[in-house]
Design a protein around this ligand. Structure first.
Ligand SMILES: [Zn+2]
Length: 265
């Protein structure tokens, strides 16, 4: 337990309309390192949720409209900030290479997480604080009781898998690098890419996380090179704000140049 009880934040989730049939949920009281985007897409027949947040608060109770039409969930990868809430969904897709995920990866303590992920010093711009939430989702919340819960039923998803929501379809891309089974979803009709942690906008001093347990630099270079060839118009990333093609290519070129010219980190 923490020495002082955390203030209770209600509502826990922030819900923002991004476009027609697209909204994003975030958890503002989660430290920015772990604050991931939960994307919600509405099709004519089905809804799709991409990533499920940290799982400290119930999405079903906090955002009931998300579940109105029994959504399909795709988890881009098995890190806690993306799959924490996956156990609340009946249909959950994840790449089989993410199976190495273990419940030990569930912690809200900065030091423990640094060690679980194998985060090297300098890999992230700032040291992680002791506690990775600054509020509680419910009274009596104990951050040390947090654990990752396995999804009820896990369905495999791999490169080329098509998800048809009615009137809009998305294709899965297997993009190993950040993790062995990282998945992105691409909507060919609009050029929208839901990239997970494969690529997101970086602030000064930040870099894409390729030095953590399960990451692979050669795979990362290959996956980003592949993305550069795709006619992506807008990126809806696993963390932070959406960005356009120009920024995507900047991020890709910066990474590929650093990792192929200057040797390994
Ligand atoms: Zn993440």
């Amino acid at each position: 337990m923490t020495a002082h009880p955390l203030p209770v934040a209600s509502p826990w989730f922030e819900d923002q309309q991004v476009d027609d049939g697209l909204s994003v949920l975030t958890e503002p009281h989660v430290h920015s390192f772990l604050r991931a985007n939960i994307w919600h897409l509405r099709g004519a027949n089905r809804d799709l949720v991409i990533d499920a947040g940290l799982g400290v608060a119930s999405l079903k109770l906090g955002v009931p409209h998300l579940f109105e039409r029994d959504p399909i969930l795709v988890v881009t990868h098995a890190h806690l900030d993306h799959m924490g809430g996956a156990h609340e969904f009946d249909t959950c897709y994840m790449h089989t290479a993410e199976a190495a995920w273990t419940p030990a990866a569930g912690t809200l303590r900065g030091e423990a997480l640094t060690s679980v992920l194998g985060l090297r010093s300098g890999a992230y711009a700032r040291p992680l604080p002791n506690l990775l939430v600054d509020a509680a989702p419910t009274p009596g919340f104990d951050p040390d009781a947090y654990e990752l819960r396995a999804p009820a039923a896990l369905l495999p998803i791999d490169d080329g898998h098509v998800i048809d929501l009615g009137g809009r379809t998305l294709t899965a891309l297997h993009l190993p690098g950040h993790s062995p089974g990282s998945i992105a979803l691409y909507e060919p009709d609009t050029g929208a890419l839901f990239s997970g942690d494969t690529v997101y906008d970086l602030r000064d001093g930040e870099q894409l996380l390729d030095g953590i347990t399960g990451a692979n630099v050669d795979d990362y270079v290959h996956s980003l090179t592949r993305l550069a060839d795709l006619p992506v118009s807008v990126v809806y990333p696993g963390h932070g704000h959406p960005f356009g093609r120009k920024r995507l290519l900047q991020l890709i070129h910066a990474y590929v140049n650093a990792r192929t010219r200057n040797g390994r980190p």
